[in-house]
Design a protein around this ligand. Structure first.
Ligand code: NDP
Length: 447
């Protein structure tokens, strides 16, 4: 039983008086308008006739308008909404029902550790078994994948609308008392960033830190299930569509499926790793995360596969040399990304005490050895190299598919800045010493 007085609850959830992150109220409004428009625009620009010359060559406003009308038409249909809602809530039910181990998350401001059900493996096994079964039963036709391919734009629209609705529901619910709380608390913990006097910025950044219904942690669920698995299926639907249409597939389309499939499964199967990430420990659950998880990840990270699926496989063949370069690039990125994340995690668990570190006076010190001597966020650098390998699968066919490396660079730089602000406040002079010892932020000797 964890009951607090009104005074104690106020102290636990202090009001933020400074300007909210992401550019304050104006920034929140601008991003809320701009990012959904960008997602729609990028998807409408994925068209076979921009092949080779990039999008300026044949920017056809009439075709774009027609595409938009079709997208909205399909996105308003009962059929597409029904399928998406079944997907979303079906996965939520499976998340609760499928067997898994229960582990504790990081310590919250009230001293409590929330429990998380970890069942990525059964979820992935179920998904792939269903696909294999459907393949067998339908003689390789898998109508569900064909449906996904054909209603892709409509689904993109639905996930945008759903994100607005869902963020509003979460915002309203954050004012209500906890529902089926495992710790029987009479209060909720708000995110420090999403508890300002600007209601719209709070809606955008998310008021509540860990919205949950009993064991179902809504934020962790959205980060790893409906968007990530949809991204995997979208990529597979592109491969499947190309095979049905041309009777063959290109090495580039197979490669993007393998590279991104590996990345997605890595996230979904190592869900414990997410529990210490800023998204889970610090950020509120508002439009920013919801839209990112449900729309931006599946519908813009899959652009390379969507683009490649529109062209004749003979035209998108990479060949052995390019293929090998891309595999080496991706492997290098994965190696840096994994080895550095694993090293920090092992250090935090007290396993690498022989490595140099800076004492902080807090529970853990700041590692400044091994990977963490090269840059403050060397793991972001690895992630960015992976991003290059994805975009390069589309060779020099279109500039649109390269949006991701620029977007991701912006995301990682902004993330690094937020993290520096957080760590400066948390570790004070120790962080300053760390910045002197490890001067580069993401890319060694460059930034
Ligand atoms: P980090 O893994 O870099 O974690 C930052 C936190 O780690 C800090 O707040 C601090 O937390 C701790 N820390 C930082 N430096 C040190 C150090 N030298 N020694 C010990 N502890 C340190 O960032 P993220 O959580 O943002 O990212 C995790 C991974 O997820 C990254 O590899 C990133 O590339 C990836 N990612 C991918 C995205 C995508 O869309 N594909 C989006 C976002 C992230 P503390 O207070 O606990 O000390």
């Amino acid at each position: 039983m964890a009951k607090l007085t009104d005074e104690e609850i106020k102290k636990l959830n202090p009001k933020k008086h400074e300007k909210p992150e992401f550019g304050g109220l104006l920034g929140a409004i601008a991003i809320t308008i701009f990012l959904p428009m960008l997602s729609i625009f990028l998807n409408l620009m994925i068209r076979p006739d921009y092949y080779v010359f990039g999008f300026f060559r044949r920017f056809d406003a009439y075709e774009i308008k027609k595409g938009l009308i079709n997208m909205i038409d399909d996105g308003m249909s009962l059929e597409v909404w029904t399928v998406y809602l079944i997907w979303f809530f079906g996965l939520a039910i499976l998340d609760v029902r499928l067997p898994g181990k229960v582990i504790k998350g990081t310590k919250l401001r009230d001293g409590i550790h929330l429990s998380y059900k970890i069942n990525g493996y059964p979820m992935v096994i179920l998904l792939f078994s269903t696909l294999a079964l459907r393949w067998r039963l339908t003689n390789g036709q898998i109508p569900e994948l064909q449906w996904l391919y054909n209603h892709y734009n409509g689904l993109c629209f639905v996930t945008i609308a759903f994100s607005f609705i869902f963020a509003t529901v979460c915002f309203i619910v954050s004012y209500l008392p906890p529902f089926l709380d495992a710790h029987d608390r009479n209060y909720k913990i708000m995110s420090l960033g999403g508890n300002s006097r600007y209601h719209f910025a709070n809606w955008f950044l998310g008021r509540e830190l860990n919205p949950r219904i009993a064991i179902l942690d809504v934020k962790l669920f959205c980060e790893l299930r409906p968007g990530m698995l949809l991204w995997l299926l979208i990529n597979l639907s592109c491969l499947h569509h190309t095979y049905l249409k041309f009777g063959t597939v290109s090495d580039s389309l197979v490669l993007i499926n393998l590279l991104q499939g590996l990345y997605i499964l890595d996230g979904v199967l190592n869900e414990e790793g997410l529990l210490t990430m800023v998204d889970i420990t610090t950020d509120g659950f508002g439009f920013m995360l919801i839209f990112g998880d449900l729309n931006f990840v599946p519908f813009t990270y899959a652009l390379q596969a969507r683009y490649l699926s529109l062209l004749d496989p003979a035209k998108t063949k990479l060949g052995m040399i390019q293929l090998s370069i891309l595999v080496i690039t991706a492997s290098t990125g994965y190696y840096i990304f994994h080895a550095s994340n694993r090293q920090k995690s092992a250090f935090k668990q007290g396993k690498l005490s022989h490595l140099n570190s800076i004492p902080t006076g807090k529970k853990t010190n700041l590692l400044c050895d091994g990977w963490w001597r090269k840059a403050q966020h060397i793991n972001y650098f690895g992630d960015w190299i992976i991003a290059w390998s994805w975009c390069l699968t589309t060779s020099n066919h279109s500039v649109i598919t390269y949006y991701y490396i620029f977007y991701f660079a912006g995301l990682l730089i902004h993330r690094q800045m937020r993290d520096s602000t957080k760590c400066r406040a948390k570790y004070g002079s120790a962080w300053k010493k760390y910045e002197e010892t490890v001067p580069y932020k993401i890319v060694p000797y460059v930034y």
